[in-house]
Design a protein around this ligand. Structure first.
Ligand SMILES: C[S@@+](CC[C@H](N)C(=O)[O-])C[C@H]1O[C@@H](n2cnc3c(N)ncnc32)[C@H](O)[C@@H]1O
Length: 263
């Protein structure tokens, strides 16, 4: 049920001060009935204050979930609740506590050819949306592209910059932004890529990717979906994407999507 990417038992709950606004939107949507979140927030009034400050439109909801926790809980009950919350948001814990551990996860070891066979990256200007630790970005950079790695999580942006420095990727720029609000002008990129990022707001995300990609350029989602004929698949096929399957080690088959942009 949980991702189980990272052991959270030893992680300080105050790391949640590194969460971003888009994370809090998800928390507010998905965990407001969660008893463990209510216990953990009541035990951390400073963090509660930070959540309310970062997402004022949900301030009352965050306050009310904290208020709903019982008083006088033991230190053990509080710690169990913190651990349970961090298990639920295990991917975020990796991003904010130890991004380098993402690069060791088995499913990231797919063959780079899955991306490089879809486009020639040499001398192209590439936007990577939700760049994470740079799984796709650094393939494009190695192939000779100038890369703009867009990533909304501050700790990951820091990691991306350090990694680019370490790999001596000189045409590599790290930018804050969201796939549904891409911080570039029209027709900025020859190729727009994203891996494991597309799918929360289908129309908005597609419209943004289309907007920033040049006529004749490409949009590539690698991977862009699970291996299912679901709503995301129907949407992308309807927009004119071609698709194929490939295997992520240990995780099974996923789908990649690619289209030439015509304006
Ligand atoms: C599972 S990781 C994938 C990272 C990398 N693209 C890869 O394939 O390994 C998802 C990434 O998308 C970022 N993300 C989450 N919501 C996003 C959004 N709305 N716009 C852009 N990136 C987002 C996360 O911070 C995380 O870095």
């Amino acid at each position: 049920m949980y991702l189980n990417w990272y052991k959270v038992e030893g992680v300080d709950f105050r790391n949640l001060f590194f969460l971003e606004k888009h994370n809090l939107y998800w928390l507010a949507e998905s965990m407001m009935e969660n008893r463990t979140l209510s216990i953990a927030l009541k035990a951390h009034p400073d963090l509660l204050w930070y959540f309310k400050r970062l997402l004022p439109q949900q301030a009352a909801a965050f306050q009310s979930i904290a208020d709903s926790a019982a008083d006088n809980l033991s230190a053990e009950e509080i710690r169990n609740a913190e651990v349970e919350v961090m298990k639920r948001i295990n991917d975020w814990i990796v991003y904010i506590v130890d991004p380098s551990s993402y690069d060791s996860l088995e499913f990231t070891k797919w063959d780079d050819k899955e991306l490089t066979e879809l486009a020639c990256f040499k001398d192209k200007r590439v936007i990577d949306l939700g760049a994470g630790t740079g799984r796709l970005s650094f393939i494009a950079a190695r192939e000779g592209a100038t890369v703009y790695a867009v990533e909304p999580v501050r700790t990951l942006r820091i990691y991306l910059k350090e990694k680019a420095h370490r790999l001596e990727a000189r045409k590599f720029f790290v930018v804050d932004g969201l796939i549904e609000d891409i911080p570039f002008e029209e027709d900025f990129a020859d190729i727009t890529i994203a891996g494991h990022t597309f799918g929360d707001f289908l129309e908005e995300e597609y419209a943004q990717m289309f907007r920033v990609t040049k006529d004749g350029g490409k949009i590539i989602l690698c991977p862009g979906n699970v291996d299912k004929d679901n709503e995301v698949h129907a949407f992308l096929v309807d927009k004119g994407f071609d698709w194929a399957r490939f295997e992520e080690p240990g995780a099974g088959y996923v789908r990649k999507y690619f289209m030439k942009v015509s304006k």
